[in-house]
Ligand binder design. Sequence first.
Ligand code: SAM
Length: 267
Amino acid sequence: MTERNATESTTPARNRLKTAASARWNDERSAEMWGRYADDVTQHDDRQAWEAIITDVVGEEPQQVLDVGTGAGFLAGLYAGVGHDVVGCDFSESMLDQARERAARDGFEATFTAGDAEALPFEDASFDVVTNRVLIWSLAHPGVAVREWHRVLRPGGQVVLFGNHPEDPTRSVGERAIRRLYGLALRVRRDGAATNLDDRTQREWNDAKTDLPFRHAPPSKIQALFDAAGFHETRVLDVAEEFDQWRTVGPWNERVPWHVVTGHKPD
Ligand SMILES: C[S@@+](CC[C@H](N)C(=O)[O-])C[C@H]1O[C@@H](n2cnc3c(N)ncnc32)[C@H](O)[C@@H]1O
């Protein structure tokens, strides 16, 4: 771990957040759930839409890609499917097991390795693309993480972040109200007997996650973080239209406006 990372990681409250996150993501049921989410999208028509966006953003030339917080290998499988060399990295061994199983079953090639998004186990300048999907909201130290992504990129390399924003202004007030009620109902159910994780892990995560610095962060906040980390030509790609046509992961099976935030490491 670099001196800078060590300094920024020592806040006890943030470290407690990270411990709760680690327990939550390491739970096998959580990994199975993310495996199912990944299959939902990649085994249906949506796959083509994702591949089109990826090719649009990173081009057709094969790149060395790092998928950080790869989970069950959702993005890893998509990048590999369009010809890139992919390493998927995650701090949850349960997720990595899922990712390896999916790769073997679906016949895509990627290397899956254990590693912390905030202290990556890779040399400086190892990758052409660092990518991730719905990761940043869950990090205790997003600023540290983004600087790590910058470090492992080659000069000229690109960061490509996929996310969705629950309070997206394109949603109507009514839709947002229904989502809030639904979220509340889910939470009541989760905090009762019918949880999908063990009660203690779930409770600790539910308590901790309200303090996550980038939970519900709009893409403009992520872009500002990329700027502060030294990325150039940062952009928020307006893909709401394209992504809105798709089914998405999650209990609603709903349509969610996704965003892509990108930037380049200077040459
Ligand atoms: C919401 S899931 C998304 C999984 C995957 N990217 C996808 O789109 O299906 C978040 C993932 O990030 C991983 N993760 C969270 N914090 C991490 C960290 N500090 N280092 C590495 N992985 C992390 C979790 O284990 C989990 O697999």
